[in-house]
Ligand binder design. Structure first.
Ligand code: HEM
Length: 425
């Protein structure tokens, strides 16, 4: 592994954004040792990985409206399960607890109502991804051809494989059970994958772990940081609560309601602007020689990425170091249509690459945006929260920016002041 990796100036982002010879999945395959079975969910370039991207684009994103109410119901249950007993201030480890909550909420759409509340499944999901990242670091120093021989000696690899095997048993049992009840109708990733793969065959556990691997740790990292940011600004929290109350009390979870949470959208984009997943985005492998407009050659086989520096550039964002929750809301009020479009949380541009940019920009961002908004609505309406203990720090690992895994907050139950028709707030 290793080798040269180019970090390009953001001015090239739009030049290369559509280039088919710069491939994200194959880059990941090259960087990440995907030689082992238990790493297959990270291999977007394999058949199952392609099925995942296909299903997100063709099924998940088009079904968003239908899954809003199930997601809201699940959010109610997940918060009750994980943030209970807090009529008085109670301390929670923020990141772990948010991960369990988001794992349950997103799983509602990935594996359905029954399995999404299964404690063993949720443990597997959260442990598998964590072990896999440690395992990948453990195999990194080994020449790739030796990995299939040495992995059993490496504890993190054995742990990852054990979680993978557990996941395999759970998913196979769940599919068997569904097949024995053909009269029941399901509308979730497990069902869509069966339909989409048809006769061509696929590995359902790879698909499930790929979905969860892409969705849960990214969303958890994001929401942890956002809550840390909100702990700094009571006034903003009150404004967000007022917005959520006005929108959800009036419209419930009906079509378009989440779109009306404009301050929330802006706050989310601002938090991600200041702390995206990485200092670089658009990581790609050159499948052929690629020539940039200034003549620079990206030779076939090289990895490249684009610097996210414009996200903190004062010529793009005045006072770029200041968290300004209304920044993107103001952009949304601009007379210029392009500026308005760029202001949305789900928009991508060289100025904001929190979800990447171009043909491989995160396809799950529309789903992520809805899940995060629904989760935040529940959190804001039902809980007071405040920071406690040492100030949260952003951790770095290479170019990665990781929200603090050790931060604690105190939470306290509050009355939302209204109930939606279906009782999900
Ligand atoms: C806050 C949450 C999330 C963040 C910050 C995030 C971020 C990203 C980023 C930066 C990329 C690379 C884009 C590029 O290089 O142009 C990406 C790719 C991807 N994301 Fe997300 N993501 C999130 C949630 C999700 C969710 C919920 C799903 C699935 C439902 C998902 C599925 C994927 C997939 C499959 C790819 C690879 C796309 C491809 O190979 O073309 N992501 N994501």
């Amino acid at each position: 592994m290793g080798g040269i990796s180019f970090v390009l100036n953001p001015k090239f982002a739009d030049d290369i954004h559509d280039n088919k010879n710069l491939n994200l999945a194959k880059g990941f395959e090259k960087e990440f040792s995907v030689a082992l079975d238990c790493f297959q969910p990270f291999n977007g370039a394999c058949k199952d990985g392609e099925l995942v991207a296909f299903m997100i684009r063709t099924k998940l994103t088009r079904t968003l409206q239908k899954v809003t109410i199930p997601l809201a119901e699940e959010a109610t249950l997940a918060f009750r399960a994980h943030w209970d007993n807090c009529n008085d201030w109670r301390r929670v480890p923020l990141k772990d607890s948010i991960m369990m909550i988001l794992a349950q909420i997103t799983s509602r759409v990935f594996v359905g109502e029954h399995l999404c509340r299964d404690a063993t499944w949720l443990q597997v999901l959260t442990k598998y991804t964590a072990h896999a990242f440690t395992a990948e670091k453990a195999v990194r120093p080994w020449p790739r051809f030796l990995v299939p021989l040495v992995w059993r000696m490496l504890k993190p690899c054995r742990e990852t494989q054990a979680e993978f095997d557990k996941a395999q048993r759970i998913i196979h049992d769940a599919i068997k059970k569904r097949k024995s009840e053909p009269h029941l109708v399901f509308s979730d990733v497990m069902q869509w994958a069966e339909e989409a793969a048809g006769q061509s065959g696929y590995n359902p556990v790879v698909v499930q772990l790929a979905f969860s691997g892409a969705a849960i740790s990214t969303s958890t990292d994001f929401l942890t940081q956002l809550i840390v940011d909100l702990c700094e600004d009571d006034e903003l929290v009150n404004e967000l609560r007022a917005e959520v109350t006005a929108v959800i009390k009036e419209r419930g979870w009906e079509k378009g309601a989440l779109h009306e949470l404009k301050l929330m959208d802006s706050v989310m984009k601002e938090s991600q602007r200041l702390k995206p997943l990485s200092l670089v985005s658009m990581r790609r492998l050159a499948l052929e020689d690629v020539r940039l407009r200034d003549g620079t050659l990206l030779p076939e086989g090289t990895l490249s990425s684009v610097s996210c520096s414009r996200m903190w550039d004062s010529s793009v964002y005045p006072q770029p170091d200041v968290f300004d929750g209304r920044r993107f809301l103001r952009m949304r009020e601009s007379l210029d249509q392009k500026t308005r479009n760029r202001a949305l949380f789900v928009s991508t541009a060289p100025d904001h690459m929190g979800f990447g940019h171009g043909r491989s920009a995160c396809p799950g961002r529309f789903f992520a945006s809805n899940v995060l908004k629904i989760t935040l609505c529940h959190l804001l309406l039902n809980y007071d929260f405040r920071s406690i203990g040492p100030k949260a720090r952003v951790m770095t690992y290479g170019p990665l920016l990781i929200s603090d895994p050790s931060v604690n907050v105190e939470i306290k139950r509050r009355k939302p002041g209204f109930t939606t028709e279906d009782g999900s707030v």
